[in-house]
Design a protein around this ligand. Structure first.
Ligand SMILES: NC(=O)C1=CN([C@@H]2O[C@H](COP(=O)(O)OP(=O)(O)OC[C@H]3O[C@@H](n4cnc5c(N)ncnc54)[C@H](O)[C@@H]3O)[C@@H](O)[C@H]2O)C=CC1
Ligand SMILES: CC(=O)C(=O)O
Ligand SMILES: [Mg+2]
Length: 561
Protein backbone atom coordinates (compact mmCIF):
# COMPACT_ATOMS: atom_id res chain seq x y z
CA UNK A 1 0.00 0.00 0.00
CA UNK A 2 2.90 2.36 0.72
CA UNK A 3 4.22 1.73 -2.77
CA UNK A 4 0.79 2.45 -4.23
CA UNK A 5 0.60 5.68 -2.22
CA UNK A 6 4.09 6.81 -3.24
CA UNK A 7 3.39 6.18 -6.92
CA UNK A 8 -0.07 7.83 -6.81
CA UNK A 9 -1.61 4.52 -7.76
CA UNK A 10 -4.16 4.39 -4.98
CA UNK A 11 -7.56 3.67 -6.48
CA UNK A 12 -6.12 2.66 -9.84
CA UNK A 13 -5.87 -1.01 -8.85
CA UNK A 14 -8.32 -3.36 -7.16
CA UNK A 15 -7.90 -3.32 -3.37
CA UNK A 16 -6.45 -6.80 -2.83
CA UNK A 17 -2.63 -6.84 -3.23
CA UNK A 18 -1.54 -10.03 -5.04
CA UNK A 19 1.79 -11.84 -4.96
CA UNK A 20 3.42 -13.02 -8.20
CA UNK A 21 2.52 -16.62 -7.23
CA UNK A 22 -1.13 -15.60 -7.09
CA UNK A 23 -0.81 -13.90 -10.46
CA UNK A 24 0.53 -17.12 -11.99
CA UNK A 25 -2.31 -19.03 -10.36
CA UNK A 26 -4.80 -16.61 -11.88
CA UNK A 27 -3.36 -17.16 -15.33
CA UNK A 28 -3.46 -20.96 -14.92
CA UNK A 29 -7.03 -20.98 -13.59
CA UNK A 30 -8.10 -18.93 -16.57
CA UNK A 31 -6.27 -21.17 -19.03
CA UNK A 32 -7.78 -24.32 -17.53
CA UNK A 33 -11.25 -22.79 -17.56
CA UNK A 34 -10.92 -22.06 -21.27
CA UNK A 35 -9.99 -25.71 -21.89
CA UNK A 36 -13.03 -26.89 -19.94
CA UNK A 37 -15.33 -24.48 -21.71
CA UNK A 38 -14.03 -25.47 -25.11
CA UNK A 39 -14.84 -29.07 -24.18
CA UNK A 40 -18.25 -28.58 -22.59
CA UNK A 41 -19.37 -25.55 -24.54
CA UNK A 42 -21.42 -22.85 -22.80
CA UNK A 43 -24.24 -21.07 -24.69
CA UNK A 44 -21.83 -19.37 -27.06
CA UNK A 45 -18.58 -21.31 -26.65
CA UNK A 46 -16.66 -18.43 -28.19
CA UNK A 47 -18.20 -15.60 -26.20
CA UNK A 48 -15.42 -15.27 -23.63
CA UNK A 49 -12.75 -15.70 -26.28
CA UNK A 50 -14.37 -12.90 -28.30
CA UNK A 51 -14.45 -10.73 -25.18
CA UNK A 52 -10.75 -11.36 -24.59
CA UNK A 53 -9.84 -10.41 -28.15
CA UNK A 54 -11.94 -7.24 -27.97
CA UNK A 55 -10.55 -6.39 -24.54
CA UNK A 56 -7.00 -6.69 -25.80
CA UNK A 57 -7.87 -4.38 -28.70
CA UNK A 58 -9.40 -1.95 -26.18
CA UNK A 59 -6.10 -1.88 -24.27
CA UNK A 60 -4.02 -1.53 -27.42
CA UNK A 61 -5.94 0.80 -29.66
CA UNK A 62 -8.98 2.55 -28.25
CA UNK A 63 -10.02 4.21 -31.52
CA UNK A 64 -9.98 0.94 -33.43
CA UNK A 65 -11.87 -0.80 -30.62
CA UNK A 66 -14.72 1.69 -30.78
CA UNK A 67 -14.66 1.70 -34.57
CA UNK A 68 -15.28 -2.04 -34.47
CA UNK A 69 -17.95 -1.66 -31.80
CA UNK A 70 -19.86 1.10 -33.60
CA UNK A 71 -19.72 -0.66 -36.97
CA UNK A 72 -20.74 -4.05 -35.53
CA UNK A 73 -22.79 -3.06 -32.51
CA UNK A 74 -25.43 -5.74 -33.08
CA UNK A 75 -22.80 -8.46 -33.12
CA UNK A 76 -20.63 -7.20 -30.27
CA UNK A 77 -23.07 -5.56 -27.84
CA UNK A 78 -23.89 -9.08 -26.57
CA UNK A 79 -20.16 -9.57 -25.88
CA UNK A 80 -19.19 -6.30 -24.19
CA UNK A 81 -22.64 -6.00 -22.59
CA UNK A 82 -25.34 -8.47 -21.58
CA UNK A 83 -25.18 -11.47 -21.62
CA UNK A 84 -21.39 -12.05 -21.87
CA UNK A 85 -20.47 -9.20 -19.50
CA UNK A 86 -22.20 -11.26 -16.79
CA UNK A 87 -19.95 -14.23 -17.52
CA UNK A 88 -16.98 -11.88 -17.53
CA UNK A 89 -17.85 -10.54 -14.06
CA UNK A 90 -18.35 -14.09 -12.78
CA UNK A 91 -14.90 -15.08 -14.09
CA UNK A 92 -13.13 -11.80 -13.44
CA UNK A 93 -10.61 -13.18 -11.00
CA UNK A 94 -9.21 -15.29 -13.84
CA UNK A 95 -9.73 -12.81 -16.66
CA UNK A 96 -8.18 -9.81 -14.92
CA UNK A 97 -5.00 -8.62 -16.61
CA UNK A 98 -4.95 -4.83 -16.52
CA UNK A 99 -7.02 -2.53 -14.36
CA UNK A 100 -9.56 -0.23 -15.99
CA UNK A 101 -11.40 2.44 -14.04
CA UNK A 102 -11.08 3.32 -10.35
CA UNK A 103 -11.57 1.39 -7.15
CA UNK A 104 -12.64 3.09 -3.94
CA UNK A 105 -12.73 0.74 -1.00
CA UNK A 106 -13.82 0.80 2.61
CA UNK A 107 -10.10 1.00 3.42
CA UNK A 108 -9.86 4.30 1.57
CA UNK A 109 -12.11 6.20 3.94
CA UNK A 110 -10.73 9.68 4.45
CA UNK A 111 -8.48 9.36 1.36
CA UNK A 112 -10.93 9.64 -1.53
CA UNK A 113 -10.60 13.38 -2.07
CA UNK A 114 -6.90 13.00 -2.84
CA UNK A 115 -7.23 9.60 -4.59
CA UNK A 116 -9.57 11.05 -7.17
CA UNK A 117 -6.65 13.13 -8.49
CA UNK A 118 -4.80 9.91 -9.34
CA UNK A 119 -7.10 9.52 -12.33
CA UNK A 120 -5.11 10.85 -15.29
CA UNK A 121 -7.94 12.58 -17.26
CA UNK A 122 -8.48 16.29 -16.59
CA UNK A 123 -12.14 16.06 -17.54
CA UNK A 124 -14.63 13.27 -16.91
CA UNK A 125 -18.15 13.50 -18.34
CA UNK A 126 -19.65 10.15 -17.32
CA UNK A 127 -19.07 7.88 -14.38
CA UNK A 128 -20.84 4.54 -14.05
CA UNK A 129 -20.50 3.34 -10.47
CA UNK A 130 -21.46 0.06 -8.87
CA UNK A 131 -20.92 -1.52 -5.47
CA UNK A 132 -21.17 -4.97 -7.08
CA UNK A 133 -24.04 -6.03 -4.83
CA UNK A 134 -26.50 -7.13 -7.57
CA UNK A 135 -24.79 -7.61 -10.90
CA UNK A 136 -27.47 -8.30 -13.55
CA UNK A 137 -29.42 -11.23 -12.11
CA UNK A 138 -26.22 -12.85 -10.81
CA UNK A 139 -26.24 -11.49 -7.28
CA UNK A 140 -23.32 -10.16 -5.25
CA UNK A 141 -20.14 -10.34 -7.34
CA UNK A 142 -18.20 -7.91 -5.17
CA UNK A 143 -15.33 -6.07 -6.80
CA UNK A 144 -15.70 -8.15 -9.97
CA UNK A 145 -18.82 -6.12 -10.71
CA UNK A 146 -16.51 -3.46 -12.20
CA UNK A 147 -17.13 -5.33 -15.48
CA UNK A 148 -20.69 -4.01 -15.65
CA UNK A 149 -19.54 -0.39 -15.24
CA UNK A 150 -16.99 -0.92 -18.02
CA UNK A 151 -19.64 -2.54 -20.28
CA UNK A 152 -22.18 0.25 -19.71
CA UNK A 153 -19.56 2.88 -20.55
CA UNK A 154 -18.68 1.03 -23.75
CA UNK A 155 -22.31 1.49 -24.72
CA UNK A 156 -22.06 5.18 -23.79
CA UNK A 157 -19.15 5.59 -26.17
CA UNK A 158 -20.64 3.51 -28.98
CA UNK A 159 -24.25 4.75 -28.75
CA UNK A 160 -24.00 8.27 -27.33
CA UNK A 161 -20.58 9.23 -28.64
CA UNK A 162 -19.23 10.14 -25.23
CA UNK A 163 -15.47 10.63 -25.62
CA UNK A 164 -13.77 7.49 -24.22
CA UNK A 165 -11.06 9.70 -22.67
CA UNK A 166 -13.81 11.21 -20.51
CA UNK A 167 -15.50 8.14 -19.09
CA UNK A 168 -14.70 6.55 -15.75
CA UNK A 169 -15.90 3.14 -14.55
CA UNK A 170 -15.94 3.01 -10.75
CA UNK A 171 -16.15 0.19 -8.27
CA UNK A 172 -16.92 1.01 -4.65
CA UNK A 173 -15.70 -1.98 -2.69
CA UNK A 174 -17.42 -2.11 0.68
CA UNK A 175 -16.81 -5.88 0.98
CA UNK A 176 -18.96 -8.75 -0.27
CA UNK A 177 -21.46 -11.15 1.22
CA UNK A 178 -20.66 -13.75 -1.44
CA UNK A 179 -19.16 -16.57 0.63
CA UNK A 180 -17.35 -18.10 -2.36
CA UNK A 181 -15.55 -14.85 -3.09
CA UNK A 182 -14.69 -14.42 0.57
CA UNK A 183 -12.85 -17.76 0.36
CA UNK A 184 -11.38 -17.40 -3.14
CA UNK A 185 -7.59 -16.79 -2.95
CA UNK A 186 -7.74 -15.03 -6.33
CA UNK A 187 -10.52 -12.61 -5.37
CA UNK A 188 -9.45 -9.06 -6.16
CA UNK A 189 -11.51 -7.23 -3.58
CA UNK A 190 -11.72 -6.77 0.17
CA UNK A 191 -12.31 -10.13 1.80
CA UNK A 192 -14.72 -8.98 4.46
CA UNK A 193 -18.49 -8.73 4.77
CA UNK A 194 -20.26 -5.71 3.32
CA UNK A 195 -20.48 -2.52 5.31
CA UNK A 196 -24.02 -1.54 6.14
CA UNK A 197 -26.00 1.31 7.65
CA UNK A 198 -24.30 4.65 8.33
CA UNK A 199 -20.85 3.21 7.65
CA UNK A 200 -21.93 2.26 4.15
CA UNK A 201 -23.55 5.64 3.53
CA UNK A 202 -20.42 7.45 4.72
CA UNK A 203 -18.34 5.67 2.03
CA UNK A 204 -20.78 6.53 -0.77
CA UNK A 205 -21.10 10.13 0.48
CA UNK A 206 -17.34 10.51 0.50
CA UNK A 207 -17.07 9.14 -3.02
CA UNK A 208 -19.77 11.52 -4.33
CA UNK A 209 -18.14 14.52 -2.69
CA UNK A 210 -14.74 13.59 -4.09
CA UNK A 211 -15.78 13.10 -7.71
CA UNK A 212 -18.01 16.17 -7.81
CA UNK A 213 -15.24 18.26 -6.27
CA UNK A 214 -12.78 17.31 -8.97
CA UNK A 215 -15.31 17.23 -11.83
CA UNK A 216 -18.29 19.44 -10.87
CA UNK A 217 -20.07 18.74 -14.19
CA UNK A 218 -19.73 14.97 -14.21
CA UNK A 219 -22.84 12.77 -14.43
CA UNK A 220 -22.90 9.71 -12.18
CA UNK A 221 -24.95 6.70 -13.20
CA UNK A 222 -25.64 4.29 -10.33
CA UNK A 223 -25.69 0.71 -11.57
CA UNK A 224 -26.56 -2.63 -10.06
CA UNK A 225 -26.82 -1.61 -6.42
CA UNK A 226 -29.01 -3.99 -4.45
CA UNK A 227 -32.56 -2.66 -4.12
CA UNK A 228 -32.11 -2.05 -0.43
CA UNK A 229 -29.75 0.83 -1.27
CA UNK A 230 -30.77 1.74 -4.81
CA UNK A 231 -33.83 3.78 -3.80
CA UNK A 232 -32.27 5.31 -0.69
CA UNK A 233 -29.21 6.53 -2.57
CA UNK A 234 -31.34 7.89 -5.39
CA UNK A 235 -33.44 9.93 -2.97
CA UNK A 236 -30.34 11.03 -1.09
CA UNK A 237 -28.51 12.45 -4.10
CA UNK A 238 -30.94 13.19 -6.91
CA UNK A 239 -31.77 16.76 -5.91
CA UNK A 240 -28.20 17.84 -5.29
CA UNK A 241 -26.08 15.95 -7.79
CA UNK A 242 -26.24 15.19 -11.51
CA UNK A 243 -27.01 11.53 -11.09
CA UNK A 244 -29.58 8.88 -11.85
CA UNK A 245 -30.10 5.19 -11.16
CA UNK A 246 -30.17 3.21 -14.36
CA UNK A 247 -31.91 0.14 -12.91
CA UNK A 248 -34.68 2.14 -11.33
CA UNK A 249 -35.13 5.01 -13.80
CA UNK A 250 -33.61 3.78 -17.08
CA UNK A 251 -35.42 0.46 -16.89
CA UNK A 252 -38.68 2.21 -16.03
CA UNK A 253 -38.48 4.33 -19.17
CA UNK A 254 -37.62 1.42 -21.44
CA UNK A 255 -40.40 -0.73 -20.00
CA UNK A 256 -42.88 2.14 -20.29
CA UNK A 257 -42.00 2.65 -23.96
CA UNK A 258 -42.51 -1.09 -24.50
CA UNK A 259 -45.82 -1.13 -22.62
CA UNK A 260 -47.11 1.73 -24.77
CA UNK A 261 -45.85 -0.11 -27.85
CA UNK A 262 -47.78 -3.20 -26.74
CA UNK A 263 -51.00 -1.14 -26.55
CA UNK A 264 -50.42 0.13 -30.08
CA UNK A 265 -49.61 -3.39 -31.26
CA UNK A 266 -53.04 -4.47 -30.02
CA UNK A 267 -54.48 -1.95 -32.49
CA UNK A 268 -55.56 0.36 -29.67
CA UNK A 269 -54.71 4.04 -29.16
CA UNK A 270 -52.03 4.81 -26.57
CA UNK A 271 -54.64 6.55 -24.46
CA UNK A 272 -56.05 3.08 -23.72
CA UNK A 273 -52.96 2.33 -21.66
CA UNK A 274 -54.78 2.89 -18.32
CA UNK A 275 -57.07 -0.04 -19.21
CA UNK A 276 -54.22 -2.54 -19.38
CA UNK A 277 -54.04 -5.19 -16.64
CA UNK A 278 -50.39 -5.71 -15.80
CA UNK A 279 -48.88 -8.50 -13.72
CA UNK A 280 -45.32 -7.77 -12.60
CA UNK A 281 -43.10 -10.55 -11.23
CA UNK A 282 -40.32 -8.97 -9.18
CA UNK A 283 -40.51 -6.07 -6.75
CA UNK A 284 -36.87 -5.03 -6.59
CA UNK A 285 -35.22 -1.85 -7.85
CA UNK A 286 -36.19 -2.59 -11.45
CA UNK A 287 -39.75 -3.85 -10.86
CA UNK A 288 -40.72 -1.03 -8.52
CA UNK A 289 -39.14 1.53 -10.84
CA UNK A 290 -41.31 0.25 -13.71
CA UNK A 291 -44.45 0.15 -11.54
CA UNK A 292 -44.03 3.74 -10.37
CA UNK A 293 -43.44 5.05 -13.88
CA UNK A 294 -46.33 3.09 -15.43
CA UNK A 295 -48.72 4.14 -12.68
CA UNK A 296 -47.79 7.82 -13.05
CA UNK A 297 -48.25 7.65 -16.81
CA UNK A 298 -51.68 6.02 -16.44
CA UNK A 299 -52.68 8.64 -13.86
CA UNK A 300 -51.61 11.44 -16.20
CA UNK A 301 -53.75 9.97 -18.97
CA UNK A 302 -56.69 9.70 -16.57
CA UNK A 303 -56.64 13.34 -15.50
CA UNK A 304 -53.60 13.64 -13.26
CA UNK A 305 -55.44 14.00 -9.98
CA UNK A 306 -55.61 11.94 -6.82
CA UNK A 307 -58.47 9.71 -7.95
CA UNK A 308 -56.69 9.05 -11.25
CA UNK A 309 -53.59 8.01 -9.32
CA UNK A 310 -55.68 5.70 -7.16
CA UNK A 311 -57.50 4.25 -10.18
CA UNK A 312 -54.16 3.53 -11.86
CA UNK A 313 -53.01 1.50 -8.84
CA UNK A 314 -55.68 -1.10 -9.42
CA UNK A 315 -54.24 -2.02 -12.85
CA UNK A 316 -51.22 -3.74 -11.28
CA UNK A 317 -50.69 -7.05 -9.52
CA UNK A 318 -47.23 -7.53 -8.07
CA UNK A 319 -45.80 -10.95 -7.29
CA UNK A 320 -42.46 -11.35 -5.53
CA UNK A 321 -40.60 -14.33 -4.04
CA UNK A 322 -43.42 -14.71 -1.48
CA UNK A 323 -46.24 -14.49 -4.00
CA UNK A 324 -48.90 -11.82 -4.57
CA UNK A 325 -48.26 -8.71 -2.48
CA UNK A 326 -51.28 -7.51 -0.53
CA UNK A 327 -51.97 -5.28 2.46
CA UNK A 328 -51.72 -8.41 4.60
CA UNK A 329 -48.03 -8.84 3.85
CA UNK A 330 -45.97 -8.68 7.00
CA UNK A 331 -42.91 -6.40 7.00
CA UNK A 332 -43.80 -5.12 3.59
CA UNK A 333 -41.06 -3.23 1.86
CA UNK A 334 -41.96 0.48 1.89
CA UNK A 335 -41.24 0.85 -1.84
CA UNK A 336 -43.59 -2.02 -2.68
CA UNK A 337 -46.39 -1.04 -0.30
CA UNK A 338 -48.13 1.42 -2.68
CA UNK A 339 -48.76 -1.60 -4.94
CA UNK A 340 -50.05 -3.98 -2.29
CA UNK A 341 -53.53 -5.12 -3.35
CA UNK A 342 -56.46 -4.39 -1.06
CA UNK A 343 -57.78 -7.55 0.55
CA UNK A 344 -61.40 -6.85 -0.46
CA UNK A 345 -60.42 -6.41 -4.10
CA UNK A 346 -58.42 -9.59 -4.37
CA UNK A 347 -60.97 -11.66 -2.48
CA UNK A 348 -63.44 -10.66 -5.18
CA UNK A 349 -60.92 -11.88 -7.76
CA UNK A 350 -60.53 -15.17 -5.93
CA UNK A 351 -56.99 -14.34 -4.84
CA UNK A 352 -55.21 -13.97 -1.53
CA UNK A 353 -51.96 -12.80 0.04
CA UNK A 354 -49.07 -14.86 -1.31
CA UNK A 355 -51.04 -16.32 -4.26
CA UNK A 356 -48.69 -17.92 -6.80
CA UNK A 357 -47.85 -16.38 -10.16
CA UNK A 358 -49.88 -19.06 -11.98
CA UNK A 359 -52.95 -18.34 -9.85
CA UNK A 360 -52.60 -14.61 -10.37
CA UNK A 361 -52.29 -14.98 -14.15
CA UNK A 362 -55.24 -17.42 -14.21
CA UNK A 363 -57.52 -15.10 -12.26
CA UNK A 364 -56.43 -11.71 -13.57
CA UNK A 365 -56.14 -12.70 -17.26
CA UNK A 366 -53.64 -9.87 -17.77
CA UNK A 367 -52.81 -7.98 -20.95
CA UNK A 368 -49.16 -7.89 -19.92
CA UNK A 369 -46.91 -10.24 -17.97
CA UNK A 370 -43.65 -8.54 -17.06
CA UNK A 371 -40.72 -10.23 -15.33
CA UNK A 372 -37.94 -8.46 -13.42
CA UNK A 373 -37.38 -11.25 -10.92
CA UNK A 374 -33.87 -12.47 -11.83
CA UNK A 375 -35.35 -15.99 -11.83
CA UNK A 376 -34.60 -17.88 -15.05
CA UNK A 377 -37.60 -19.89 -16.29
CA UNK A 378 -40.07 -18.28 -13.85
CA UNK A 379 -42.64 -18.10 -16.65
CA UNK A 380 -43.14 -21.85 -16.70
CA UNK A 381 -45.33 -23.83 -19.08
CA UNK A 382 -48.20 -23.50 -16.55
CA UNK A 383 -47.80 -19.72 -16.30
CA UNK A 384 -47.71 -19.33 -20.09
CA UNK A 385 -50.68 -21.71 -20.46
CA UNK A 386 -52.57 -19.54 -17.95
CA UNK A 387 -51.79 -16.49 -20.06
CA UNK A 388 -53.82 -18.05 -22.88
CA UNK A 389 -56.84 -16.82 -20.91
CA UNK A 390 -55.66 -13.19 -21.33
CA UNK A 391 -58.44 -10.82 -22.29
CA UNK A 392 -56.02 -9.02 -24.63
CA UNK A 393 -56.20 -9.62 -28.36
CA UNK A 394 -52.40 -9.75 -28.31
CA UNK A 395 -50.89 -10.40 -24.88
CA UNK A 396 -47.41 -9.08 -24.18
CA UNK A 397 -44.61 -10.90 -22.39
CA UNK A 398 -41.62 -9.03 -21.08
CA UNK A 399 -38.97 -11.46 -19.79
CA UNK A 400 -36.62 -8.68 -18.80
CA UNK A 401 -34.18 -10.33 -16.40
CA UNK A 402 -30.53 -10.63 -17.37
CA UNK A 403 -28.37 -12.33 -18.44
CA UNK A 404 -29.89 -14.86 -20.87
CA UNK A 405 -30.09 -17.71 -18.39
CA UNK A 406 -32.06 -15.51 -16.00
CA UNK A 407 -34.75 -14.62 -18.57
CA UNK A 408 -38.18 -15.58 -17.20
CA UNK A 409 -38.80 -17.52 -20.43
CA UNK A 410 -37.36 -17.87 -23.91
CA UNK A 411 -39.14 -16.66 -27.05
CA UNK A 412 -39.41 -20.29 -28.21
CA UNK A 413 -41.36 -21.15 -25.06
CA UNK A 414 -43.60 -18.10 -25.35
CA UNK A 415 -44.42 -18.41 -29.04
CA UNK A 416 -44.82 -22.19 -28.95
CA UNK A 417 -47.37 -22.05 -26.14
CA UNK A 418 -49.19 -18.82 -26.96
CA UNK A 419 -48.93 -18.81 -30.74
CA UNK A 420 -47.85 -16.11 -33.14
CA UNK A 421 -50.13 -13.34 -31.92
CA UNK A 422 -48.14 -12.06 -28.97
CA UNK A 423 -45.58 -9.39 -28.26
CA UNK A 424 -42.29 -10.65 -26.85
CA UNK A 425 -39.43 -8.71 -25.29
CA UNK A 426 -36.42 -9.86 -23.27
CA UNK A 427 -33.62 -8.06 -21.42
CA UNK A 428 -30.85 -9.99 -23.19
CA UNK A 429 -30.90 -10.63 -26.93
CA UNK A 430 -32.56 -13.67 -28.49
CA UNK A 431 -32.88 -14.52 -32.18
CA UNK A 432 -36.21 -13.92 -33.95
CA UNK A 433 -38.30 -17.03 -34.46
CA UNK A 434 -39.04 -18.18 -37.98
CA UNK A 435 -42.44 -19.90 -37.94
CA UNK A 436 -41.76 -21.46 -41.34
CA UNK A 437 -44.99 -20.06 -42.80
CA UNK A 438 -43.54 -16.77 -43.92
CA UNK A 439 -44.20 -15.21 -40.50
CA UNK A 440 -41.58 -14.09 -37.99
CA UNK A 441 -41.88 -13.99 -34.21
CA UNK A 442 -40.04 -10.80 -33.24
CA UNK A 443 -37.83 -10.90 -30.17
CA UNK A 444 -37.47 -7.35 -28.99
CA UNK A 445 -34.63 -6.47 -26.66
CA UNK A 446 -36.21 -4.58 -23.77
CA UNK A 447 -33.08 -3.25 -22.16
CA UNK A 448 -32.23 0.05 -20.54
CA UNK A 449 -29.38 0.37 -23.08
CA UNK A 450 -31.93 2.14 -25.28
CA UNK A 451 -32.32 4.93 -22.75
CA UNK A 452 -29.36 5.49 -20.46
CA UNK A 453 -26.97 6.71 -23.19
CA UNK A 454 -29.49 9.36 -24.34
CA UNK A 455 -30.30 10.40 -20.77
CA UNK A 456 -26.59 10.84 -20.01
CA UNK A 457 -25.80 12.66 -23.27
CA UNK A 458 -28.87 14.92 -23.04
CA UNK A 459 -28.05 15.86 -19.45
CA UNK A 460 -24.42 16.53 -20.34
CA UNK A 461 -25.23 18.79 -23.30
CA UNK A 462 -28.05 20.65 -21.55
CA UNK A 463 -25.86 21.42 -18.57
CA UNK A 464 -28.83 20.65 -16.29
CA UNK A 465 -27.72 20.42 -12.66
CA UNK A 466 -30.01 17.44 -11.97
CA UNK A 467 -31.81 14.72 -13.92
CA UNK A 468 -35.48 15.61 -13.45
CA UNK A 469 -38.49 13.30 -13.69
CA UNK A 470 -39.60 15.34 -16.70
CA UNK A 471 -36.30 14.69 -18.50
CA UNK A 472 -36.66 10.94 -17.86
CA UNK A 473 -40.28 10.98 -19.03
CA UNK A 474 -39.30 12.83 -22.20
CA UNK A 475 -36.66 10.16 -22.90
CA UNK A 476 -39.22 7.36 -22.50
CA UNK A 477 -41.81 9.09 -24.66
CA UNK A 478 -39.23 9.67 -27.37
CA UNK A 479 -38.38 5.97 -27.42
CA UNK A 480 -42.08 5.03 -27.48
CA UNK A 481 -42.73 7.34 -30.44
CA UNK A 482 -39.68 6.16 -32.38
CA UNK A 483 -41.37 3.02 -33.75
CA UNK A 484 -43.66 3.41 -36.77
CA UNK A 485 -47.23 2.07 -36.86
CA UNK A 486 -46.19 -0.64 -39.32
CA UNK A 487 -43.32 -1.82 -37.15
CA UNK A 488 -45.50 -1.93 -34.06
CA UNK A 489 -48.18 -3.93 -35.87
CA UNK A 490 -45.51 -6.43 -36.86
CA UNK A 491 -44.67 -6.81 -33.16
CA UNK A 492 -41.51 -4.68 -33.24
CA UNK A 493 -41.73 -2.41 -30.20
CA UNK A 494 -38.06 -1.51 -29.80
CA UNK A 495 -35.62 -0.46 -32.52
CA UNK A 496 -32.92 -2.79 -33.76
CA UNK A 497 -29.73 -2.36 -31.81
CA UNK A 498 -28.03 -1.36 -35.06
CA UNK A 499 -30.03 1.91 -34.86
CA UNK A 500 -28.86 2.71 -31.33
CA UNK A 501 -26.72 5.72 -32.29
CA UNK A 502 -29.65 7.33 -34.06
CA UNK A 503 -32.21 6.66 -31.32
CA UNK A 504 -29.73 7.91 -28.71
CA UNK A 505 -29.34 11.19 -30.61
CA UNK A 506 -33.14 11.62 -30.67
CA UNK A 507 -33.46 10.81 -26.97
CA UNK A 508 -30.66 13.22 -26.03
CA UNK A 509 -32.46 15.96 -28.00
CA UNK A 510 -35.75 15.17 -26.22
CA UNK A 511 -33.98 15.37 -22.84
CA UNK A 512 -32.46 18.75 -23.74
CA UNK A 513 -35.81 20.12 -24.92
CA UNK A 514 -37.42 19.10 -21.65
CA UNK A 515 -34.55 20.66 -19.68
CA UNK A 516 -35.16 23.90 -21.61
CA UNK A 517 -38.87 23.65 -20.83
CA UNK A 518 -38.09 23.26 -17.12
CA UNK A 519 -35.57 26.08 -17.21
CA UNK A 520 -32.78 23.75 -16.14
CA UNK A 521 -30.28 24.35 -18.93
CA UNK A 522 -26.88 25.87 -18.28
CA UNK A 523 -25.33 25.20 -21.71
CA UNK A 524 -22.34 23.20 -22.81
CA UNK A 525 -18.91 24.51 -23.80
CA UNK A 526 -19.31 27.53 -26.12
CA UNK A 527 -23.11 27.22 -26.36
CA UNK A 528 -24.53 29.03 -23.35
CA UNK A 529 -27.98 28.66 -21.81
CA UNK A 530 -29.48 31.61 -23.68
CA UNK A 531 -28.35 30.34 -27.06
CA UNK A 532 -29.54 26.81 -26.29
CA UNK A 533 -32.97 28.10 -25.27
CA UNK A 534 -33.37 29.70 -28.71
CA UNK A 535 -32.61 26.50 -30.64
CA UNK A 536 -35.47 24.77 -32.48
CA UNK A 537 -35.70 20.98 -32.64
CA UNK A 538 -33.58 20.72 -35.80
CA UNK A 539 -30.87 22.86 -34.25
CA UNK A 540 -30.88 20.79 -31.08
CA UNK A 541 -30.53 17.58 -33.07
CA UNK A 542 -27.61 19.12 -34.96
CA UNK A 543 -26.07 20.32 -31.67
CA UNK A 544 -26.29 16.77 -30.32
CA UNK A 545 -24.86 15.28 -33.49
CA UNK A 546 -21.80 17.52 -33.65
CA UNK A 547 -21.03 16.82 -29.99
CA UNK A 548 -21.02 13.04 -30.43
CA UNK A 549 -17.50 11.62 -30.57
CA UNK A 550 -16.69 9.51 -33.62
CA UNK A 551 -13.94 6.94 -33.48
CA UNK A 552 -11.55 8.46 -36.03
CA UNK A 553 -7.81 8.80 -35.81
CA UNK A 554 -6.90 12.42 -35.23
CA UNK A 555 -4.78 14.09 -37.87
CA UNK A 556 -1.33 14.44 -36.36
CA UNK A 557 0.67 15.48 -39.39
CA UNK A 558 -0.71 17.93 -41.95
CA UNK A 559 0.94 17.94 -45.35
CA UNK A 560 0.28 19.79 -48.56
CA UNK A 561 -0.67 17.86 -51.69
N1 LIG B 1 -33.91 -5.46 -19.02
C1 LIG B 1 -33.39 -4.47 -18.33
O1 LIG B 1 -33.11 -3.39 -18.86
C2 LIG B 1 -33.11 -4.63 -16.88
C3 LIG B 1 -33.21 -5.85 -16.27
N2 LIG B 1 -32.94 -5.96 -14.95
C4 LIG B 1 -32.99 -7.29 -14.37
O2 LIG B 1 -34.00 -7.34 -13.40
C5 LIG B 1 -33.68 -8.35 -12.47
C6 LIG B 1 -34.03 -7.85 -11.10
O3 LIG B 1 -33.28 -6.74 -10.73
P1 LIG B 1 -33.57 -6.01 -9.32
O4 LIG B 1 -34.97 -5.55 -9.29
O5 LIG B 1 -32.56 -4.98 -9.08
O6 LIG B 1 -33.30 -7.23 -8.36
P2 LIG B 1 -33.82 -7.58 -6.91
O7 LIG B 1 -33.06 -8.74 -6.46
O8 LIG B 1 -33.82 -6.35 -6.08
O9 LIG B 1 -35.35 -7.97 -7.12
C7 LIG B 1 -35.78 -9.21 -7.51
C8 LIG B 1 -37.23 -9.31 -7.15
O10 LIG B 1 -37.72 -10.54 -7.69
C9 LIG B 1 -38.46 -11.18 -6.69
N3 LIG B 1 -38.49 -12.63 -6.89
C10 LIG B 1 -37.56 -13.55 -6.54
N4 LIG B 1 -38.01 -14.78 -6.79
C11 LIG B 1 -39.24 -14.64 -7.32
C12 LIG B 1 -40.22 -15.56 -7.75
N5 LIG B 1 -40.00 -16.87 -7.69
N6 LIG B 1 -41.38 -15.08 -8.22
C13 LIG B 1 -41.62 -13.75 -8.28
N7 LIG B 1 -40.72 -12.82 -7.88
C14 LIG B 1 -39.55 -13.27 -7.40
C15 LIG B 1 -37.81 -10.80 -5.38
O11 LIG B 1 -38.67 -10.99 -4.28
C16 LIG B 1 -37.52 -9.33 -5.65
O12 LIG B 1 -38.66 -8.56 -5.38
C17 LIG B 1 -32.23 -8.71 -12.71
O13 LIG B 1 -32.14 -9.95 -13.36
C18 LIG B 1 -31.73 -7.65 -13.65
O14 LIG B 1 -30.79 -8.15 -14.57
C19 LIG B 1 -32.63 -4.89 -14.16
C20 LIG B 1 -32.52 -3.66 -14.72
C21 LIG B 1 -32.71 -3.44 -16.14
C1 LIG C 1 -29.63 -4.17 -17.92
C2 LIG C 1 -29.36 -3.90 -16.53
O1 LIG C 1 -29.08 -2.78 -16.14
C3 LIG C 1 -29.46 -4.98 -15.57
O2 LIG C 1 -29.83 -6.10 -15.93
O3 LIG C 1 -29.17 -4.72 -14.40
MG1 LIG D 1 -28.28 -2.76 -14.21
Amino acid sequence: MTERDRLDLRGLLPPNVMSSEQQIERFMVDLKRLEVQARDGPLDPNALAKWRILNRLHDRNETMYYKVLVAHIKEYAPIVYTPTVGLVCQNYSGLFRRPRGMYFSAEDRGEMMSMVYNWPAEQVDMIVVTDGSRILGLGDLGVHGIGIAIGKLDIYVAAAGINPQRVLPVMIDVGTNNEELLKNPLYLGLQEHRLDGDEYLAVIDEFMEAVFTRWPHVIVQFEDFQSKWAFKLLQRYRNTYRMFNDDVQGTAGVALAGLLGAVRAQGRPMIDFPKQKIVVAGAGSAGIGVLNAARKTMARMLGNNESAFEAARSQFWVVDAQGLITEERENIDQDASPFARKVKEINRQGLREGASLVEVVQKVKPDVLLGLSAVGGLFTKEVLEALKGSTATRPAIFAMSNPTTNAECTPEQAFSILGENIIFASGSPFKDINFGNGHIGHCNQGNNMYLFPGIGLGTLLSGAPIVSDGMLQAAAECLAAYMTEDEVHEGIIYPSISRIRDITKEIAAAVIMEAIEEDLVAGYRDVDARELQKFNKEQILEFVKINMWDPDYPTVVYHQD
